[in-house]
Design a protein around this ligand. Sequence first.
Ligand SMILES: [Zn+2]
Length: 289
Amino acid sequence: MSDHDTLQKFLFDGTDIRGEISSLADSYQAILAQQQYPDAVAALFGEFLVAASLLSATLKYPGIITIQATGAGPIKTIMTECTQGNKLRGIVRGDLDAAAGAKQLQDFLGSATLAITIEPEGGERYQGIVPLDADNLSQCLEHYFNQSEQLPTQIKLCADQRIASGMLIQQMPSSQQAEKIAADWQHVSLLMNSLKTDEQLSLPHSEQLFRLFHEDGVRLFEHQSLHFFCSCSRQRTERALISLGAPEIQSIVEEQGSVLITCEFCDEQYQFSDQDVEEMFGPQPPTLH
Ligand SMILES: [Zn+2]
């Protein structure tokens, strides 16, 4: 059975180390199909998508986690988000063709920052920002967890044109002896380091874990399915238009007859006629002479 497009948590008996493993195939392809991405850009985007799926498992309440890199290279923005209900979406902005030959993270994004934003439904937004100065996204995210959350974390992300795959382990706060905690962490993280990219891209989750940790009492939990889903709606688009203000929207209607908004995440189009716009902003005050 393929476990693509699922996220699974795992634990190690007798330790306070938790883990997650995730792989994307159909959901990844559905997101890539929204734009023409050069292979190298698609692979980097895949790492960001699978990272969002892994990080969504840290949400304790319904909400959204967003990973956003903002840079000064050919790529200006890579943004991916995943809800606690495992709905994924994302976008890459910039000169995609100019980034086609890039290899290192810095070739794509130049001098850049990485922001992790957690938005609980109806709760307060939390954002942590780290420089995007390591060789790859995995290391930048490890840096983020060590710095912002002070939780030792190891992450391995990879993607090709078909599949994006990721594994994360994290030392949770523990009441065990400090020496035991350190020894367990060193043992498990060394083993995880030996995981190879081709294994991540070809082996089912259970086989990846068996290959690494079969002597370590690893327990794999059930699959949670992941899918591409865009949270845009006519109502949200209308709210965005209202926030731009009546004069701007009315001038577009005068020029073009209506307002057409295309969602950059899913290509859905929302059209607002002059009548829709009038209803949005209410009747105009009569012109004074
Ligand atoms: Zn959309």
